[in-house]
Design a protein around this ligand. Structure first.
Ligand code: ATP
Length: 346
């Protein structure tokens, strides 16, 4: 069993606090994605798990072993980085075999492992080629194959697809998901790309300024963001926010319209995703500013009482800049945030 437990892990670089008391459990065979903007601390956390960085405080456990004092090679992990170090002067076979040779594995067993992993990554026809002759996507497969060949308990990946072009990224993403599920490896994957995170993860840990703001399934993070940061970070275009004032009895005034909401009296923010709005007789009055026909839908950036507000509408609608739209939010998709704490309010 290779569950990972991170207990109160903090990291300081001199006076700079890169991680604040991180607590996170990753289940055996779970695919966990660490998602956040540049500088939020995801790589630092991954490097601490790998043993490439020492935590200032806290513990890291893999299975029933505390590993934070162990050398990286004794932790039962394999890593794939963005700048995957595939050796150009070695064949694909020898690249995949690299770690196994280092571990002095028997030759026959090495061949078996390499062939099996190459098959899993669909590169069995490339085994005799030199890695310097490969395309970016093929090299990426070799890097993942080399990590998987070690049959690690845990695989750690730091933006492994970011050097690939958009189409290849999409293809590799789907493949990686399949391969990891098949190999039954526990995985932690770092990315700043929310679509990649949504697509791959069993659970996403959204990080912000050295903290985990929410750790939940992709759909939960999307539908029920625990904090305003998550609501604005996940989703493209992001969630809309408008100030709301209470009438009491759970009735709220938002841009001149009345909505049902939480029972509290303090001012809140009303939030709705652009795709949860549709034209109706009653709703928020919005002046269209920019209309972008994106094929699958129409993205309209509007103005609602001076606030910028986006709606994703049916591509068959005709909307022109200057048009006044009446947009009805889908009632069960409305969310509320406390502007003071920035946390979601039930
Ligand atoms: P990116 O997506 O840009 O890689 P990240 O979320 O992975 O960002 P980290 O690399 O973990 O971020 O860095 C977190 C913070 O810690 C950053 O502000 C970074 O400048 C700082 N930091 C990281 N490593 C060091 C170091 N060795 N010395 C000093 N500061 C560091």
């Amino acid at each position: 069993m290779a569950q990972i437990r991170i207990k109160n892990v903090a990291k300081r670089f001199g006076a700079y606090q890169a991680l604040h008391s991180i607590n996170l459990d990753v289940a055996d065979q779970e695919f966990m994605v660490l998602l956040g903007a540049s500088g939020c601390g995801k790589t630092t956390l991954l490097r601490i798990i790998a043993g490439l960085e020492t935590p200032s405080e806290g513990e890291v456990w893999i299975g029933d072993r505390r590993v934070d004092h162990l050398a990286p090679r004794d932790r039962g992990i394999a890593m794939v980085f963005q700048n995957y170090a595939v050796f150009p002067h070695l064949t694909v076979f020898e690249n995949i075999a690299f770690g196994l040779r280092m571990a002095k594995m028997d030759n026959a067993l090495v061949t078996k492992r390499v062939e099996r992993t190459a098959e899993l990554m669909h590169i069995e026809q490339l085994l005799k080629r030199y890695s310097g002759e490969l395309s970016g996507g093929q090299r990426q497969r070799v890097a993942v194959a080399r990590a998987l060949a070690m049959e690690p308990d845990v695989i750690l990946m730091d933006e492994p697809l970011s050097n690939l072009d958009a189409l290849l990224r999409l293809e590799m993403r789907a493949e990686l998901k399949g391969v990891l599920a098949e190999s039954k490896t526990t995985a932690i994957y770092v990315t700043h790309d929310q679509v990649e995170a949504m697509s791959l993860a069993d659970r996403i840990s959204v990080m912000h300024q050295g903290r985990i703001v929410q750790a939940a399934s992709p759909i939960e993070v999307y539908r029920n963001p625990a904090a305003r940061f998550v609501a604005s970070f996940i989703g493209n275009p992001p969630m809309n926010f408008l100030p709301a004032t209470s009438h009491g009895n759970g009735q709220w005034s938002v841009a001149g319209q009345t909505f049902n909401g939480p029972a509290t009296q303090k001012p809140l923010e009303f939030a709705i995703r652009p795709e949860d709005l549709s034209p109706a007789d009653q709703g928020l009055k919005a002046t269209a500013r920019v209309v972008e026909p994106l094929g699958a839908h129409l993205l309209v950036t509007c103005d609602v009482e001076g606030a910028s507000f986006r709606a994703v509408l049916d591509s068959d609608l005709t909307v022109r800049p200057g048009d006044i739209l009446t947009l009805a939010p889908q009632p069960d998709r409305i969310r509320w945030f406390d502007p003071e704490t920035t946390q979601a309010v039930a």
